[in-house]
Design a protein. Structure first.
Lengths: 419, 356
């Protein structure tokens, strides 16, 4: 009897350990009021990105881009001096993505800083779900360089009940993004598959906010474009492998809606081995070296040769206005290649600085800055000319199609999505 | 005063339906549970596809996957059998085994281009190193974290085990980072070696079974027939009596941890070759599955750990392939619950002091 009690206690401790690791704090105890004004001539722009794990290189590219844009204006907008602070929203135990507890902590830290005027992040949509309500209560403008989840800004198909209003407790919008939402990416992926001759596809997602949301958009677009989704599965990051699941993949094409950090490499390895002819597709969540480069633990070269990726970033040949910035980027950071997210990092900061500039003497007033941010219209930028709509979405819609060459994502062409 | 009316004799002899059902489930419930999924899907396959090859593939993949769980489960059951401790750090010792193995590949120069003989020699060296490192580490953990608490309340070593689990996980993070890391597919794990009656046998399946079967045989032979094995069994039954009979109980317990660690090291290598990826958290997940296997089979029982591991492997594969990967953990634990309901002592029976 005693032994069974100990076994039961052991199970309980194990279960608790799992529960604790799965749950993040989302408590929200900020006290700052909405639209607070610092009244100071020194303003702080925070960045919150996953600096550990598979997304580290993309996050660093974003940071480099943001710093470059800030350095170009000499860290000043009008009479205001801008300080830049980078925060890590991942943890050692939850790397490569936004840890909910750490993200909430970052947001609360920013809320307590009266000089905070912009919050640039998160990288992952799941993280923004946590930070956005906290920042919204304090009226702090937020711009993400990479979020694509549809429910953050709209209630279009693919979102969950109650979205997006539950992220805006004040009822006022405080969040914008510079990449098109997943409605566009879902359509871009399906458009590419149809162009490649796919009649049937298997769709797996990683069960994250981003992955599951994008998968819903892919499904909707597939229906509209007559692509049959044969099998739809959610995968568990901690599964040792997906071989048994992959043996069901009988379709022409396979698309994974997820991020590298959710065991994306193993998913592609197992599917490629189980179905040796299927064409493979992935979203921007895997467009990074940790996924594409076998020397860095990514997919083997033969699997990479069968894989195509969609990324919200266009290549330089389709971004004529970006060439100057790219040259500066290469010179500043002594690199031959620029991660696409470096460009979006640059634009995120450039949009924030532009909003501060347009707020003029009221650049230290969050309400005025928000008005300027949402007043962005026909902005000529390195990623094209765009506006920010009342929901906080960019009006840009083009996606880039990438293949994998020499272990790196390589731009092929612009996708005009059949939304 | 009422006079009690006796029911007619026929009614006494007639057993109620509920009682008959209870007896039926007591007698056959366990078999219904165990065979439910395979029989259901076997019939379905015969109807839909006309043969049982799909089910055969599920079960064979389950056996090879389960062989790894069995190796780890043996470590749990050995330790539990002798000191009634759930060694939470055991899964993480297995994880370190994988990391050591992957590190050794580089040291001995194993790469995708290495020839067959070089590969076999290199993997043998790696296997020995991984086993020795994990065995030694397990003995040291016992010496540092469990032996001083031998007479402490049972919860004290349980907590130090959890503590050591976290320490080893953090060592893993510092060592290879905190994300899954793909490793070279040295044995072409998913290459189909041979197909028998529609069942594909992959290189990785052969590896898992070829490493596990001899190790399990050696372990059971050692425990059942060697002098030290007898000392282990005596200590497991009654440490005080064993001490009075001249058995060095501390040394015997250390030996048990050594054996568990050796198996964990072997499992670590097989896992890395089989899955072609490693990460710091693999020990937690595998440990939970392996501990479940040990309980399912009958904690403290070597045969039970192996059978439990193989059954869980099969359940996982069937569930992944037929029901959906998102349901697999729920299906595995539902099986555990049902087996415990019908057979609380586990499939083969506990071998602990209390169980006798």
């Amino acid at each position: 009897m005693r032994s069974r009690t100990i076994v039961a206690t052991g199970c309980l401790i194990g279960g608790l350990a799992m529960g604790v690791s799965a749950c993040g704090s989302d408590s929200n105890n900020n006290s700052s009021g909405s639209g607070a004004s610092s009244g100071s001539s020194e303003l702080t722009i925070y960045s919150s990105l996953p600096l550990q794990g598979t997304s580290r290189e993309q996050s660093q590219a974003v940071i480099n881009g943001e710093k470059l844009a800030l350095a170009e204006v000499g860290n000043k907008v009008g009479k205001f001096t801008i300080k830049y602070v980078s925060l890590d929203d991942s943890t050692a135990q939850n790397p490569g993505t936004a840890d909910e507890g750490q993200t909430a902590q970052n947001a609360r830290k920013v809320v307590q800083d009266k000089s905070a005027i912009f919050y640039l992040g998160e990288f992952n949509s799941g993280g923004t779900k946590v930070s956005l309500p906290i920042l919204n209560k304090a009226g702090i403008p937020q711009i993400s360089p990479s979020n694509t989840y549809i429910g953050l800004t709209t209630n279009e198909p693919g979102s969950e009940p109650g979205e997006p209003n539950k992220y805006y407790p004040t009822g006022k919008r405080t969040y914008a993004r510079v990449v098109p939402r997943d409605k566009i990416q879902g359509a871009a992926l399906v458009t590419t598959m149809v162009e490649d001759g796919c009649k049937t596809a298997t769709l797996w997602d990683d069960k994250t906010t981003y992955g599951a949301g994008l998968a819903r958009n892919i499904e909707a677009s597939a229906k509209a474009q007559n692509l049959t989704i044969q099998d739809r599965q959610g995968t568990d990051k901690s599964a040792a492998n997906y071989r048994s699941l992959a043996s069901n993949v009988k379709s022409d094409c396979f698309v994974w809606s997820g991020v590298t950090g959710e065991n994306g490499v193993q998913v592609f390895k197992d599917v490629a081995a189980a179905n040796t002819t299927a064409k493979l597709y992935g979203p921007d969540g895997v467009a990074e070296e940790a996924f594409t480069n076998p020397k860095k633990g990514g997919i083997p070269a033969d699997v990479g040769a069968r894989t195509k990726l969609t990324v919200a970033t266009l290549g330089v040949k389709d971004l004529p206005d970006a060439s100057g910035v790219l040259d500066k980027f290469k010179a500043t950071y002594n690199t031959q290649t620029v991660d696409p997210y470096g460009i979006y990092g640059y634009e995120t900061m450039a949009l924030a600085l532009d909003s501060l500039k347009r707020a003029g003497a009221k650049a230290n007033d969050r309400t005025a800055v928000l008005a300027a941010l949402f007043g962005t219209k026909d902005r000529k930028s390195i990623i094209g000319t765009y506006s920010i709509d009342p929901n906080g979405d960019t009006t840009l819609t083009d996606y880039g199609l990438y293949t994998i060459k020499n272990g790196l994502p390589s731009y092929e062409k612009k996708i005009v999505a059949q939304a | 005063m009422n006079v009690a009316t006796l029911p007619p004799q026929e009614e006494i002899r007639t057993t109620p339906v509920s009682e008959r059902l209870r007896k039926f489930f007591s007698a056959y419930g366990l078999w219904i549970v165990l065979l439910g999924l395979p029989v259901f899907y076997g019939i379905k396959d015969l109807q839909d596809e006309g043969d049982l090859s799909r089910l055969g593939n599920n079960l064979f993949a389950g056996l090879s996957n389960g062989a790894i769980w069995a190796l780890i489960a043996l470590g749990y059951t050995l330790v539990y059998g002798i000191i009634e401790l759930i060694n939470f750090a055991h899964g993480d010792v297995f994880m370190i085994g994988s990391f050591v193995a992957v590190g050794m590949w580089g040291t001995v120069g194993l790469a995708l281009t290495t020839g067959t003989l070089g590969l076999i020699a290199g993997l043998l060296v790696t296997l020995i190193v991984a086993m020795v490192v994990c065995g030694t580490m397990n003995v040291m953990i016992e010496r540092v974290a469990y032996r001083p608490l031998r007479s402490a309340p049972k919860l004290a070593p349980l907590i130090t085990a959890v503590g050591f689990s976290f320490i080893l996980q953090n060592v893993g993070i510092v060592w290879l980072g905190s994300s899954q890391k793909g490793v070279p597919d040295l044995i072409k794990a998913q290459h189909v070696l041979v197909s028998v009656a529609g069942i594909d046998i992959h290189n990785s399946d052969v590896l898992a079974l070829a490493v596990t079967a001899p190790l399990v045989f050696l372990l059971t032979t050692f425990v059942n027939h060697s002098r030290s094995g007898k000392a282990m069994r005596a200590t497991a039954q009654d440490p005080e009596a064993a001490r009075l009979m001249g058995i060095n109980v501390d040394t015997t317990i250390s030996l048990t941890f050594l054996l568990g660690g050796l198996l964990a090291g072997a499992a670590g290598l097989v896992y890395a070759l089989y899955q072609t990826n490693v990460w710091y958290f693999q020990g937690f997940t595998a440990g939970l599955i392996a501990f479940t296997a040990a309980v399912m089979g009958g904690i403290g029982n070597l045969k039970g750990a192996v059978i439990g591991g193989l059954i869980i492997g099969c359940i996982q594969q069937i569930s992944d392939n037929r029901i959906g990967a998102q349901w697999t953990p729920a299906v595995v634990f539902a099986y555990l619950v049902l087996i415990m309901v019908f057979r609380p002592q586990g499939l083969v029976g506990e071998e602990t002091r209390e169980a006798g």
